[in-house]
Design a protein around this ligand. Structure first.
Ligand SMILES: [Zn+2]
Length: 136
């Protein structure tokens, strides 16, 4: 199994805090400064409180697989070498946002909806991706 290598854009103020945290081995998502609701992916303003500011909060490094997809063929001619498994993670302390990422580890064939996972970053030369592995 491999991990698709798509370097994140570094010229987007809206998402830079996410990638900067990921490079430090942290996981941060934007939350509404008024009610604390997470909004992922980040977009300008918050639907719940349009006047709110964005607070990047550290979130759990553990969660549950909400759904997954095993990729057997390359979708693009660059940056990805299948096979790999995409997962949608419901983080343990985040109610209203889920993270799309890649599953790593040698035991990927046992993934199922509801599998427990934990952050296991994949470090590339220029960036780090917040990949997850199945929990023991
Ligand atoms: Zn709010």
């Amino acid at each position: 199994m491999s991990v698709p290598n798509f370097p994140p854009p570094r010229d987007i103020d809206l998402t830079n805090p996410f990638w900067e945290a990921t490079d430090q081995g942290e996981l941060r998502l934007p939350a509404c400064s008024v009610c604390g609701a997470f909004q992922w992916y980040p977009v300008p303003g918050f639907a719940c409180h349009p006047e709110a500011t964005r607070h990047w909060r550290e979130v759990a490094h553990t969660g549950t697989v909400f759904t997954f997809s095993k990729v057997e063929r390359a979708f693009l001619p660059f940056g990805s070498e299948p096979p790999y498994t995409l997962i949608l993670v419901a983080l343990d302390d985040v109610d209203n946002a889920r993270l799309v990422t890649v599953l790593v580890g040698d035991d990927q064939d046992s993934v199922a909806i509801g599998s427990r996972v934990e952050l296991s970053p994949t470090v590339f030369e220029t960036h780090t991706l917040p990949t997850f592995r199945l929990s023991a």
